[in-house]
Design a protein around this ligand. Structure first.
Ligand code: ADP
Ligand code: MG
Length: 140
């Protein structure tokens, strides 16, 4: 295994309920390090650009509205196999299908308001990290 970087977003349903610390405890408890972090309130154009890959999905408009309904916390997580490890810690997209102990099982409100985003491949991780962070923002 090699050290990977992945992009995580704590979504508005979770920041609204003050769950940033509880969610970060899951990442850190599983051995992922937070090497960059930034709280921001996305504009519609920024959310649409971030989720452009889903632009033709029926839920796209609702997803963008949800993602701009409050602040998010964008973070770079680092660790051995961080991309897949983060996806495991997150749990399935639909919290009804998520494993016990995962973030989405414990905290998600619905398949849409599911508390966290995580990159799903090395290519996506590189692209999504560069969307939110400059090199100087990321601890070496
Ligand atoms: P994941 O976040 O697990 O990688 P996707 O990339 O498929 O899932 O979808 C991106 C986001 O879009 C999901 O995290 C969720 O917020 C929303 N979403 C996915 N599928 C649906 C759906 N069927 N209805 C409403 N929202 C959805
Ligand atoms: Mg995805």
């Amino acid at each position: 295994m090699t050290i990977e970087h992945t992009l995580s977003i704590i979504k508005p349903d979770a920041t609204r309920r003050n769950l940033t610390g509880a969610i970060n405890a899951k990442f850190e408890g599983a051995g992922l390090s937070i090497i960059a972090t930034r709280r921001l309130h996305l504009t519609q154009a920024q959310a649409e650009a971030f989720y452009a890959v889903h632009a033709h999905r029926p839920f796209f408009k609702d997803l963008v509205s949800f993602m701009i309904s409050g602040p998010v916390v964008a973070q770079v997580l680092a660790g051995e196999g961080a991309i897949l490890k983060n996806r495991d810690i997150m749990g399935a997209t639909n919290p009804a299908n998520a494993e016990p102990g995962t973030i989405r099982k414990e905290f998600a409100e619905s398949i849409e308001a599911n508390s966290v985003h995580g990159s799903d491949s090395p290519e996506a991780a590189a692209q999504e990290i560069s969307y939110f962070f400059a090199g100087i923002d990321i601890v070496k």
